[in-house]
Design a protein around this ligand. Structure first.
Ligand SMILES: [Zn+2]
Length: 255
C-alpha cells in the first residue's frame, strides 16, 4: 500500500552502501532529516571507490584516501554519528558469505533500528543506466545480513550479540511504496554531494538532484492526516520500498 511517511524517526539507522557518494545520491535527504531529529546514523561503506575515476593522476590508494576524506566531510554535513569503511575493492564486489558476516558484525555492534540499502533487483533504470554491479552486491549482502543472519543466536557468536533490525528502507528501487518528505534537507543533500569533488569536480549538481526529488514528490501519494488539517504534498521527496520486519514497533504508527 503506497504511503506518505510523514513523521517516523528511528532511534538509530545504518546506511550500508557500496561507494562513497552512493548514500548522498540516494538517501541523504532522509538521513539528514532523521539525524536532525536525533537519530544516531552510521554509514557503512563497503568499498572506498578506489577505481572510480578516469583521471590517470590517481592510484587506487590515493583515490581511496581522497574519497574517504570526502565521505567523512559529507557525513559531517549530513549529521551522521560515524563512518565505517570496510575497504573492499571497487568494481569487484560480490555478496560473499564473508562480506555478509562482516556486515552482521557491524549490525550487531551498532544495533540499528533501521537499515538503509540498495535494491539488489534493480538492474535497469529507464533506458539509460545499467545499475553498477557493486550496488547490487551491496544491497544483496546487506539484506542477507539483516535477515536472518544478524538475529540468529547460534550463528557466528563471535560476531556479537544477536540483533533484530526493525525495518529496512530499500532505495533505488523499481517498486517504491513509501515516500519521505525531504523538502527541509534537500539543500543539505546537495551540499553533502558537493563534498565528493573527485566525482563531480566543480559541476553544479543541484538542478539534477532537485529534479529527481521533485519527480519523486509528484509520484508520492497524497498525505493523510489523523486530524482535520491535511499536510501539503511535499515539494521534494525520496522513495523507498520499506520492509517492516518487526510489525509492532513504531514503524506502524504512521499507517
Ligand atoms: Zn556507486
Amino acid at each position: 500500500m503506497p504511503r506518505f511517511d510523514a513523521g517516523y524517526v528511528p532511534r538509530s539507522a545504518m546506511a550500508i552502501y557500496a561507494h562513497p557518494d552512493d548514500i548522498e545520491f540516494t538517501v541523504a535527504g532522509t538521513v539528514a532529516k532523521w539525524a536532525r531529529a536525533g537519530c544516531e546514523v552510521t554509514f557503512v561503506l563497503i568499498t572506498s571507490g578506489n577505481a572510480g575515476t578516469h583521471d590517470r593522476k590517481f592510484t587506487r590508494k590515493s583515490l581511496a584516501r581522497m574519497r574517504e576524506r570526502e565521505e567523512r566531510e559529507s557525513a559531517r554535513i549530513l549529521g551522521a554519528a560515524r563512518v565505517v569503511f570496510l575497504h573492499h575493492d571497487d568494481c569487484e564486489l560480490v555478496p560473499t558469505l564473508a562480506l555478509r558476516k562482516e556486515l552482521v558484525r557491524r549490525i550487531r555492534r551498532h544495533r540499528p533500528e533501521v537499515v538503509l540499502c540498495n535494491d539488489p533487483q534493480a538492474l535497469f533504470f529507464d533506458d539509460r543506466y545499467v545499475n553498477h554491479p557493486d550496488h547490487l552486491a551491496a544491497g544483496k549482502a546487506a539484506l542477507e545480513a539483516v535477515f536472518p543472519c544478524a538475529e540468529m543466536e547460534l550463528l557466528w557468536p563471535g560476531a556479537g550479540l544477536p540483533h533484530k533490525v526493525h525495518a529496512v528502507y530499500v532505495s533505488s528501487t523499481a517498486a517504491p511504496d513509501t515516500w519521505i518528505d525531504v523538502t527541509d534537507t534537500v539543500e543539505t543533500k546537495i551540499a553533502a554531494l558537493s563534498a565528493h569533488r573527485s566525482q563531480l569536480g566543480d559541476r553544479d549538481i543541484s538542478p539534477m538532484i532537485l529534479e529527481w526529488a521533485r519527480d519523486e514528490a509528484r509520484r508520492a501519494p497524497a498525505p493523510k492526516a489523523a486530524g482535520k488539517k491535511v499536510p501539503a504534498r511535499p515539494r521534494y521527496a525520496e522513495a523507498f520500498r520499506v520492509m517492516r520486519l518487526l510489525r509492532d514497533e513504531p514503524t506502524k504508527d504512521n499507517d
